[in-house]
Write a protein of this length. Sequence first.
Length: 135
Amino acid sequence: MRTLAPVLLGTFLASCATPQEPAARGAEAQRDLEQLIAGKTAGAPLRCVPGVHTSDLRIIDGRTVAYPLGTKMTYVVHLSQGCDSLAGGNYTLVTEHFGGDGPCQGDAARVADLASRMPVGSCIVSEIVPYSRPG
């Protein structure tokens, strides 16, 4: 058993280092995202989403959510694998953030079924990109 533990640990660590395959976005989700960022310019990625509320959340697909703030600013949040069921319908994203007003890069997130409130997936906030309209 002692010789098996290092092998299992090595396998686990190797699986963590495996690069994630890019998310394939469906045509409808792509249209939704394009409508939210139309006429806006992407800024440098942020550490946290400032000043958002859960009611601002727009689910794009299982790997992308957005926080539109009026017509001038939209924060697009990219998620790691594990929250793919988010795109399935009656689900919401619950983030556990410890800094900033909204979700931050590296925060844990989970998908919860709205009817049963049961968790059905979990992931990490991997990138936050602000899109703003000039003027």
